[in-house]
Design a protein around this ligand. Sequence first.
Ligand code: NAP
Ligand code: HSE
Length: 437
Amino acid sequence: MRREAIDVRVALLGYGTVGAAVHRLLEEQGDEIERATGHRLRVVRALVRDTARERGFSPDAGVLTTDFAAVRDDPAIGLVAEVMGGLEPAGEYVLELLRGGTPVVTANKQLLARRGPELFEAAAAGAVQLRFEASVCAAIPVIKVLRESLVASNVHRVLGIVNGTTNFILSAMEAGSTYGEALAEAQRLGYAEADPAEDVGGLDAAAKTAILATVAFGSRVPVEWVDVEGIEGVTREHVAAARAMEMHVKLVARATLVDERVDVRVGPALVDSHHPLAAIEGAFNAVMLQGDAIREITLEGPGAGGLETASAVVADMVSIVGTTGTGFLQNDPVWRDLEQLPAGELTSPWYLRLEVEDRAGVLARLAHELAAEGVSVARLVQQPGDGHAVLHVVTHEAPQGGLERALAAIRSLPESRGGVSALPVVSDRGIEDLGWA
Ligand code: NAP
Ligand code: HSE
């Protein structure tokens, strides 16, 4: 015999792309959620800036409010989802709710990456859960997998594409769109942040990478540790050169444990077309997790979008309802205190684009500068430029510090024409297997 459903009164902080989709999902999937959990989640309040604004999915009269106190001071509200974004006032609101004993689900990667310790302290003080699946890779359940399924797997490397907007733009550029057209379309589809500079500048991906590294390694990884570069410097020439060498330009996030020290970085990279990340197109994301017991697990799926993100928010709500109080997990995923890998020590193969004068002896001087820093060339393609030569170079594995010193020396050569750029190459196959050695 089925028991009467237990009502859980829910409030949303924010009713935009994600908030409205959370409400819609709770309404449309209410029966399924009730069948699975015995609970009916009802949105009774939603905090916004402007209650008069036209909304795609409209709540009942009286649900929208501009007064946070209407959420905070209602003892009947059992659960809050923070889907408004920004550091303030979202941060203070979440802290107040947690300290007051209300569990919170958040999709806010900047808030979590920048104020995680305070937030988890507040959750502990209020003896409630703070869940954040939707803050990383929207629909992909990577936080749950890392915290629960892989709890005993000693994950030591995370590699992925964690921003939907930039992947959408780079895919569109490969298909012939301009950067501006592709960004406008990503905004129209609800993928981009309120300030899209966070996406294209890599800050959104940096916050997600800091969260992933923190959870994967069980040690607080501050977002300031992430070496971050966005896609603003990626040109159609880079995209075309990558395609000519059977690679794709992607904004790649990596978190690596090197001798129990942490290296975290986000930046454009050339991804070998045989690598799993090369196939990730549009607003999709993928995260590859490598660990002792599991070897490698790749999770892939929609990385942005209202309903896609709402699916993770609702899943966290259901987890909280099903595991009352602080749940079966320690709230804060951090349990140790690792150090950061010193800058420049991480090694990678590199793609170099060098514009130089096209005359005898120039190649020898470039090779000399690279060799002086122990950087060995695996592949070299020369194209004629406008009165000069464009060299596309792929190196063997080399430390970033040595590469940067070699590039500085190359930039100051009289034969250099200024256009010097470097991107890491991502490939599971060695340079030899690529047929370039
Ligand atoms: P959005 O469409 O801009 O919606 C933001 C909502 O918050 C709006 O309803 C807005 O009110 C409300 N709001 C903002 N500042 C407020 C304030 N000071 N006081 C009261 N209400 C305020 O943003 P979104 O795309 O839904 O994203 C929300 C969060 O989810 C962000 O943290 C974002 O990083 C994260 N996220 C988004 C996606 C995605 O694909 N969009 C994916 C994963 C995670 P009004 O409606 O009145 O303006
Ligand atoms: N703006 C983000 C992205 C939303 O494009 O990935 C998902 O967090």
